[in-house]
Design a protein around this ligand. Structure first.
Ligand code: SDX
Length: 400
């Protein structure tokens, strides 16, 4: 079938094969991120992830992703300054968070808070470049503040204000932990943000693009993406990886754990990827960052378990192209930085907001609302009956 050839809905069931999970189905053209899943290569706007992680900063990389080119010195200074000026969140947002249950997951708190920004900046002027710029700045600036605020609020404390003398990542760690971190910790954290910032049409970015395609506001776009990122098959896996490593307990148990999990058809968290058939390049860089942290601040016994699991998984799952993904080593880095486990996925969101916003802009450039089709397998021509005459055993449709 030719590209863009109109297809009537009634043709769908006969002529178009169903692709569960949309595997291999292109739904847009994009110039943001390129993945070579066979060679394990990843680039943002043509720059390799290894080079960006080594040389760039998260804010510079965000600028690159969203506006397409690396900023010149003045553009970078302006962008950093604007973000610094917009880090604070309204007392109304903080008060709203105080009403959230302390036992709630921080991803749910973040989704609600991100959506609430739409109430404060409700002028939906997505064809106005200044509105777009301001929305980008506000979201990148305020999301870390909201994540840190919920962490303190749920402990019964007042959130602390951002510090203007601290750079983006150092300031986030300060707001979260209430103390200024070692510069190495802030530098490694910033690199983690670069690594997580973008990854083509993953589930949350697709969610962002679908929401964007309705021409709603960017706060709704980001809130929908946060909700999608939270699931354990996506960003939520980084939390489950640590739980799994603790369950395994020691390196000698890795092989038997894998054998049992594979026999029960359980997924090994932090392994496997729709795009990669080799180790995710981000996992390799995160492993190096973890080692840098361990060399400075002391090792972590769970790292030995993780390495044993990776080694034992190779002969068992390697032939299927299942290797560690980005979520496998990130939790070990965050744990060494003293970050609570249920904040790992919100930190993924702090970073990925740049990718979502890049895709939001790109989607608006050539927008057509997403409205895929389905193959209907349900009942036809049923007649309504009063409740006492209904055969309730027929309510489930075995064909779906
Ligand atoms: C992220 O898309 C992105 O780019 C996402 C991401 C990003 O930056 O945005 O990279 C971030 O979401 C990373 C992925 C985090 N999730 C996990 O670590 C959860 C564990 N992994 C999986 O469940 C799985 O690998 C997915 C969800 C990542 C990918 O799912 P697919 O492509 O739908 O693959 P599948 O589940 O259909 O599995 C295909 C085969 C199956 O075997 P068969 O039935 O064909 O014999 O591979 C097996 C699966 O059983 N398999 C695994 C496995 N992942 C796939 N077997 C054991 N352990 C695994 N982790």
């Amino acid at each position: 079938m030719k590209e863009n050839q109109p297809l009537h809905t009634s043709q769908t069931s006969d002529e178009v094969p169903l692709r569960p999970g949309l595997e291999g189905v292109p739904v847009t053209r994009s110039a943001i991120c390129d993945i070579d899943g066979l060679q394990g290569k990843l680039s943002y706007r043509g720059y390799s992830i290894a080079e960006l992680t080594a040389q760039s900063s998260f804010l510079e990389t965000s600028y690159l992703l969203i506006w397409g080119n690396l900023p010149n010195p003045q553009q970078l200074r302006d962008f950093e300054k604007e973000i610094q000026m917009h880090r604070r969140v309204s007392f109304r947002v903080r008060d709203m968070m105080k009403c959230f249950p302390a036992s709630g997951h921080p991803m749910d708190a973040l989704q609600s808070s991100a959506a609430s920004l739409g109430l404060f900046y409700s002028r939906r002027a997505i064809d106005n470049p200044q509105y777009v710029y301001d929305a980008v700045v506000r979201l990148i600036a305020k999301i870390p503040t909201m994540v840190a605020a919920f962490q303190l609020i749920r402990k019964g404390q007042d959130p602390i204000q951002p510090r203007d003398d601290l750079a983006y990542s150092a300031n986030f760690l300060y707001m979260l932990t209430e103390r200024e971190q070692d510069p190495l910790a802030a530098r490694i954290f910033d690199k983690c943000l670069i690594l997580h910032a973008e990854h083509s049409l993953n589930a949350s970015t697709f969610s962002a693009r679908v929401t964007a395609s309705t021409l709603t506001d960017p706060y709704a776009v980001v809130a929908s993406a946060v909700g999608t990122l939270a699931g354990p098959l996506h960003g939520g896996a980084n939390e489950d990886v640590l739980t799994m490593l603790e369950t395994i307990g020691s390196p000698e148990n890795a092989g038997s754990y894998l054998d049992q999990a594979i026999a029960k058809k359980q997924k090994i968290m932090g392994f496997g990827h729709r795009e990669y058939r080799v180790k995710d390049p981000r996992a390799s860089i995160l492993q190096e960052l973890a080692e840098e942290l361990f060399a400075r601040f002391g090792s972590d016994e769970m790292y030995e378990v993780a390495k044993a699991l990776e080694k034992e998984a190779e002969p068992r799952l390697g032939s299927k192209g299942i290797y560690p993904n980005v979520d496998f080593y990130s939790g070990l880095v965050y744990r060494k930085l003293g970050i609570p486990r249920d904040l790992f996925t919100p930190i993924f969101a702090i970073s990925r907001v740049s990718g979502w916003l890049a895709h939001w802009r790109e989607q608006l450039g050539t927008n057509r609302i997403f409205r895929p089709s389905q193959i209907y397998k349900g009942e036809q021509n049923r007649k309504w009956l009063p409740p006492e005459q209904r055969n309730t055993t027929n309510l489930q449709n075995p064909q779906i």
